[in-house]
Design a protein around this ligand. Structure first.
Ligand SMILES: *[C@@H]1O[C@H](CO)[C@@H](O)[C@H](O)[C@H]1NC(C)=O
Ligand SMILES: *[C@@H]1O[C@H](CO)[C@@H](O)[C@H](O)[C@H]1NC(C)=O
Ligand SMILES: *[C@@H]1O[C@H](CO)[C@@H](O)[C@H](O)[C@H]1NC(C)=O
Ligand SMILES: *[C@@H]1O[C@H](CO)[C@@H](O)[C@H](O)[C@H]1NC(C)=O
Ligand SMILES: *[C@@H]1O[C@H](CO)[C@@H](O)[C@H](O)[C@H]1NC(C)=O
Ligand SMILES: *[C@@H]1O[C@H](CO)[C@@H](O)[C@H](O)[C@H]1NC(C)=O
Length: 477
């Protein structure tokens, strides 16, 4: 297999960078011709993708040229150098013998994928598709309107490109699938078991990856083969060549889709407990627990999601009719600040602020009801852990039980006025021992309305901890 090195100068107004390209000549000489340019992730050198590229050249039953792009400023792809890097790679591949008939695909890892999706959104004339490795189309793009086919490919043990973010992209795909089943060939979202963030490249990963990636369960060599297989099926299905393999490729993509339906379902189910439409189902569970009613048949709980301003004034209320109670509760869900949609950050809420009615208030309306011993916000948070654990898929649950850091819920901090309760966030800290959670409760003893307000732990936060954060080498920031 021939290797050709090229060095190019890309000039801009104010500076001169050197982007260099390594061309890997095709391993096979027959079959249709393809060209693949690979853009690295942040602080990862271009040539470290060579083992993956060579695996792809072995696995793909066609004539595949690969251009590895390296030499970005600080070894980090950026919007300024990316267009020149891609053009240089394609130029070098043509110079080495790639013909104009070649189907052109662009792949990029991690941060490179963020810039590649912006590039290909406007420069898609001769591009047959893009491959996002450990990366994804951010919310600023509409999957069905994106101009070229996109493969979203990552491992389920990726500590930087969280599976909890990829689930959202997969949900977009599922929604589109309901209207057009062919979308799973054009925009497949594939998750590889046991693979982490670094396993697209080779060699020693940069500090950022080393400190945050989950230890992989498969060897690099096995990971490269899985990545190569998924990439090749995407390329065959979207280029529609070699024609005798298109149906095989489509069937494989269907299999990946079905695997991901199973894998993502628990994440979707737990995420939907936090909020579904205009209500928070988990807050309804919270009110049922806080009511201490053993049989909740006569209790109808409604919940309204509100913003932080409304939460200051909205208070729960109880309506009794024919021996049954209806309680309306109010909830605000706080998410971490992440306007750029970065998958490195926690996707789940940092707290669920629920304004509920106290058991004393419920007891006044149902004096003959059967009530349990006193319960607090702590018990609701304990229930969130059981809920997430019971819905987690078998593989991540086993990983967590075997090597995850634990979760501890401590006694509530009961504050004496509502302003303090509103201002104090749920205390949630990660240490080497595990996740420690302390709720802030407001439970006035002498209040005619009988409130019980809790800063609750989101079940999705627990699930994300089980799947991702508890397995990282260091507690997340
Ligand atoms: C780029 O240049 C470096 C240093 O000269 C070299 O080691 C590497 O193989 C070249 N190619 C790529 C794709 O990084
Ligand atoms: C697309 O390919 C054609 C034929 O090879 C070429 O003439 C044209 O410049 C290319 N367009 C872009 C935007 O690269
Ligand atoms: C996405 O694009 C499709 C057209 O491909 C359009 O029908 C749909 O409304 C768009 N969705 C959003 C959220 O913009
Ligand atoms: C890759 O695909 C080939 C068939 O094309 C299969 O034999 C092999 O087991 C696959 N490798 C992995 C790691 O899934
Ligand atoms: C109240 O609940 C407890 C626990 O489930 C049960 O043992 C008891 O029989 C119940 N009492 C009434 C009056 O229903
Ligand atoms: C679990 O967490 C507690 C408190 O956070 C800690 O004291 C304990 O050592 C942890 N257990 C393990 C096995 O890490």
């Amino acid at each position: 297999m021939g290797v050709v090195h090229f060095v190019f100068l890309v000039s801009t107004l104010s500076s001169v960078f050197t982007v260099n390209v390594t061309v890997l000549e095709p391993r096979y000489t027959d079959g249709p011709e393809f060209g693949l340019v690979i853009i690295p992730g942040a602080e990862i050198k271009g040539y470290t993708y060579r083992p993956l590229a060579e695996k792809l050249q072995v696995q793909a039953p066609f004539k595949l040229w690969v251009g590895l792009v390296g030499g970005f400023f600080s070894n980090t792809p950026n919007p300024l150098e990316l267009p020149g890097g891609i053009e240089s790679a394609l130029g070098a591949m043509r110079k080495a013998g790639m013909t104009a008939a070649s189907k052109i695909y662009l792949a990029a890892h991690s941060l490179g994928g963020t810039f590649l999706s912006a590039y290909a959104n406007t420069n898609h004339k001769n591009i047959s598709g893009i491959l996002l490795y450990g990366s994804y189309l951010t919310r600023s793009y509409n999957m069905s309107a994106y101009p070229v086919p996109v493969l979203t490919l990552s491992g389920d043990m990726d500590g930087l490109n969280r599976i909890t973010r990829i689930q959202e992209t997969f949900q977009n795909l599922q929604d589109l699938y309901a209207k057009d089943q062919a979308v799973i060939y054009r925009s497949p979202v594939i998750t590889l078991p046991g693979v982490n963030h670094g396993q697209f490249a080779s060699g020693v990963m940069p500090k950022m990856v080393l400190q945050n990636d989950i230890p992989a369960e498969v060897s690099n060599d096995y990971a490269y083969e899985m990545i190569a297989n998924a990439s090749k099926y995407f390329m065959i299905a979207t280029a529609k060549t070699p024609s005798d393999l298109v149906v095989v490729a489509e069937n494989q993509l269907k299999q990946y889709f079905q695997d991901n339906q199973q894998r993502m379902q628990p994440i979707y189910a737990v995420r939907s407990m936090d909020s579904l439409g205009q209500t928070s189902p988990w807050s309804v569970v919270g009110q049922q627990i806080i009511s201490r009613l053993i049989d909740t048949q006569k209790l109808h709980v409604y919940n309204q999601l509100v913003n932080e301003i409304s939460l200051q004034v909205d208070e729960p209320n109880i309506v009794a009719k024919d021996g049954e109670l209806s309680i309306t509760t109010y909830t605000e869900i706080t998410y971490p600040f992440n306007p750029l949609d970065v998958s490195f950050y926690q996707q789940s809420p940092s707290q669920i602020q629920a304004k509920m009615s106290s058991s004393e208030a419920v007891q006044r309306y149902l004096p003959n009801g059967n009530f349990s011993e006193p319960l607090s916000c702590k018990e609701v948070n304990q229930a969130a852990i059981y809920h997430a654990l019971s819905l987690a898929a078998a593989i991540p649950r086993t990983r967590f039980m075997k090597s995850g850091r634990n979760i501890t819920i401590t006694f509530d901090d009961i504050v004496s006025n509502e302003e303090v309760w509103l201002a104090e966030p749920l205390r949630i800290t990660q240490t080497h021992h595990g996740l420690q959670v302390t709720s802030i409760g407001y439970h006035p003893a002498t209040e005619s309305n009988g409130f019980y307000h809790c800063k609750l732990l989101s079940p999705f936060r627990v699930l994300e901890y089980i799947y991702v954060d508890s397995l990282k080498p260091h507690p997340s920031i």
